[in-house]
Design a protein around this ligand. Structure first.
Ligand code: SF4
Ligand code: SF4
Length: 308
């Protein structure tokens, strides 16, 4: 039985994507993530609740939002250039149902990230996109990390299987092995991140150790196709030893392909809008030479490596 009325928090749905799985795909981005990677390019995916994003270039400094907040969670401040800006106190903000502050802003400087949607609403979008999938495409659950809302994610996957739609999940798979089994039954392709092979280092970079992730990858790869994805963050996880360990682990688990994803700073502006601190402002993207060097190491161990 599929619970089509099950609700989850979604922050984006992208149709006609050519990334994150084979063919043309619909990507559903679910809010919430058990990891907090220092380089996260989708910080709006970390918090499982609705959030306000503040666009300071649109703010006319009317201060109506401050007056509207029942929790005294908003105050004015000045940025480094002396411009008046609005700051949200995350501890006081209760993401009130009415989002009074957003309604108070007539200048569109406050936007909401996150929308509650039912499985039925998601499936209607997917069915609209289905003619474009042809034989190859399908849906990809992304985030955040879609396993954070695993009950909602599993209902979407079940509903897709009813329609014979190809399903992919993009995740770190940091979750209980008993739930992993349910994902294995409903998912055709797993795109799984390995951020670091050393568990202590993994915890420093993401907030959680990697033991459970590696154990889950071993289980999944015995049952379904897996592509490993490694974000390449200069100085944090791009040393030869870590890359070799990642490739050897993949080989041992009969995984045939690793995608290496160069670090970029495109998500940095979103941190300011969400009132979050970007923790690695001084790291620059890796050079093409460095990416090719990493690709060579992985391929020398016998795994196909794709940049991007
Ligand atoms: S209501 Fe909108 S325009 Fe006015 S101060 Fe708040 S964010 Fe700025
Ligand atoms: S969402 Fe509600 S509680 Fe939070 S800042 Fe806006 S008005 Fe205040």
């Amino acid at each position: 039985m599929i619970n089509y009325e099950k609700e989850g928090m979604v922050f984006d749905v992208q149709s006609f994507s050519l990334h994150d799985g084979p063919g043309i795909r619909t990507i559903i981005f679910l809010k919430g993530c058990p990891l907090k990677c220092l380089w996260c390019a989708n910080p709006e995916g970390q918090n499982p609740l609705k959030e306000i994003r503040y666009h300071k270039t649109k703010c006319t400094e009317c201060l109506d939002c401050i007056k509207s907040c029942p929790k005294d969670a908003i105050r004015s401040d000045y940025d480094s250039k002396g411009k008046l800006i609005i700051k949200f106190d995350k501890h006081k903000c209760i993401n009130c149902v009415n989002l009074n502050c957003k309604d108070a802003c007539f200048d569109d400087a406050l936007k909401v990230t996150g929308k509650s949607m039912t499985v039925d609403e998601i499936i209607k979008i997917i069915k609209r996109d289905m003619p474009y999938y042809r034989n190859k495409g399908g849906i990809t659950l992304s985030g955040g990390d879609p396993t954070y809302q695993h009950e909602f994610a599993l209902e979407i996957l079940k509903a897709c299987k009813e329609e014979y739609i190809h399903t992919t999940i993009e995740s770190a798979m940091f979750l209980k092995p008993s739930i992993v089994k349910e994902f294995i039954n409903l998912t055709d392709l797993f795109l799984i991140d390995i951020k670091h092979m050393n568990s202590t280092r993994h915890k420093d970079l993401t907030g959680v150790p990697n033991n459970l992730i590696l154990e889950n990858i071993s289980t999944i790869s015995k049952n379904k196709p897996v592509v490993i994805r490694v974000p390449i963050i200069p100085g944090l996880n791009d040393d030869d030893e870590n890359i070799k360990e990642t490739a050897k682990f993949s080989l041992e688990n009969k995984i045939e392909r690793i995608n290496i994803l160069p670090y970029h700073k495109l998500g940095q502006g979103k941190y300011e809008q969400l009132g979050m601190k970007y923790k690695i402002p001084n790291i620059e993207p890796p050079s093409l030479n460095k990416m090719n060097h990493i690709k060579d190491i992985i391929e020398s161990i016998g795994i196909t490596c794709v940049i991007g």
